[in-house]
Design a protein around this ligand. Structure first.
Ligand SMILES: C[S@@+](CC[C@H](N)C(=O)[O-])C[C@H]1O[C@@H](n2cnc3c(N)ncnc32)[C@H](O)[C@@H]1O
Length: 214
């Protein structure tokens, strides 16, 4: 286990959440914008590579960032935050995932995909809401160098996620948001307002929006 992953596990859990996990060999990796170039590029900037991925779905963005660190020989860790329940736009689309007794099976799918990609040692799953996870991470004293926010896409939620994760982001760290696109006007509004609030310029690499903390 890379040193950083062990430190995170010790901070958040009483035992390794991967212990005893049996992957589902039929799990399929599908996602949205998780293979964007910024996600791997920002993994190889200097400094500690504690990363929080907020909104991970089946693991595409988490795997992209974890693989980049593994391939570059970096001692890094991605804390993967998600309710694993899906967003409002997913609720009725039964082609995307299965339910068991009404409960989506996204957590096992995510865990299985991470195992299949060979990056289990770089990922700590955190099944929690975005805001509560930020609170837990703050209390644990964990200060990430990169946060990728891709959970809810409504204005209030995006703004709140940006605010909560900015407050725990390390100086010089990067906040990356997803879906800066006309089809998500709430994301565009929240990204612009947040940039003005923290007086930091917004860099757009469609569909990602990126801010660096001073
Ligand atoms: C667009 S998907 C993420 C896609 C993923 N980054 C990828 O690479 O494919 C959005 C995810 O955010 C999660 N989500 C939505 N609202 C959330 C919240 N308030 N807290 C935690 N997760 C949330 C959903 O369960 C869903 O898995």
């Amino acid at each position: 286990m890379p040193a950083l992953q062990k430190m995170v596990v010790d901070c958040l859990y009483d035992r390794d959440p991967w212990q005893g996990f049996v992957p589902d060999a039929s799990a399929v990796l599908q996602g949205w914008n998780g293979d964007h170039g910024s996600l791997s590029r920002l993994m190889t900037t200097p400094g500690s590579k504690l990363v929080v991925d907020v909104g991970v779905w089946k693991g595409q963005s988490t795997i992209r960032m974890a693989s980049a660190m593994r391939d570059a020989g970096i001692d890094g860790c991605v804390i993967a935050v998600d309710t694993f329940l899906g967003s409002p736009e997913h609720w009725a689309d039964t082609s995307l995932f299965q339910r068991h007794w009404g409960m989506p099976d996204l957590y096992r799918t995510f865990m299985s995909n991470v195992c299949a990609a060979g990056v289990r040692d770089y990922v700590v799953p955190m099944p929690q809401t975005s805001v509560t996870a930020a609170m837990i991470l703050a209390r644990a004293g964990l200060s990430p160098s990169v946060v990728h926010v891709d959970a809810a896409h409504e204005y209030r939620e995006v703004l709140r996620d940006a605010q909560e994760y900015w407050s725990i982001l390390a100086p010089g760290g990067y906040l990356i948001g997803d879906d800066y696109d006309q089809s998500w006007p709430g994301v565009i509004q929240a990204a612009g307002e947040f940039s003005a609030q923290v007086c930091r310029p917004l860099t757009i690499e469609l569909p990602k929006w990126i801010l660096q903390k001073a």
